[in-house]
Design a protein around this ligand. Sequence first.
Ligand SMILES: Nc1ncnc2c1ncn2[C@@H]1O[C@H](COP(=O)(O)OP(=O)(O)OP(=O)(O)O)[C@@H](O)[C@H]1O
Ligand SMILES: [Mg+2]
Length: 221
Amino acid sequence: MERFPVEKVSQEEADKAKREGIEILYSYEQERYFIDEGGSGVVYKLPSGYCLKIIEDRSKSKKSDMYNLGNPPLVEARFQERMSKTEFLGKTRVPIYIGTIQSEVDRLRSAIIMERLDATNLQHIINGTADIPKSFLIHNFFEDLERFVQHMHDVEEIAHCDLYARNIMVDNETSEPRIIDFGRAVNLKKIESEVRQRQLMDHDFERLDEVFKALDALQNK
Ligand SMILES: Nc1ncnc2c1ncn2[C@@H]1O[C@H](COP(=O)(O)OP(=O)(O)OP(=O)(O)O)[C@@H](O)[C@H]1O
Ligand SMILES: [Mg+2]
């Protein structure tokens, strides 16, 4: 492999190399690599078990005042990284965080590289567009999920704030819970009012309860 001393790389060359790398990653933005999408991100398969969530950074858009803004991609990424590394003794997990692309050229787009889950989104199950894995046990699933959310609040001091069915997945092999999408997560340490902190934490559990009821109704149909 050819090597060269770093001081000999001009700014121009460095920028070109960065752009090349970013372009290769964005070349996976194609129908055949598409996994799924949400309101702000589209997720594509990368080779060898990873995926790319391409996010339009609405805070930098000229129309930013028209949107209900979530976290900027780097903030979302930081929450995901923290939660994927947390020491939780149960089964619930967050996809392993690999890195973030922030292009200096195209400032309206960013992407998070992460582990690609072999899992099914609970919203698809509720909508009837996907099946529940055979070994799924609703009470075990929600018990573990609730313990993870409690751990997230108490140990990491993070509230997820978007725990709808579309952001909870079930592993296709093990039926274990997976939590995704920290696009609205909040650092509880930065919230001064204890009343507000409590509201955010209660809000997470209320969302889980709604998801439980929707799945329970589906299973009892
Ligand atoms: N690591 C992953 N592995 C497999 N599928 C994933 C992964 N991350 C996301 N997905 C799928 O892609 C969809 C969109 O991802 P995500 O929820 O992060 O996007 P979003 O636009 O922020 O969503 P929202 O509308 O909730 O704000 C998810 O609902 C899920 O089905
Ligand atoms: Mg989502």
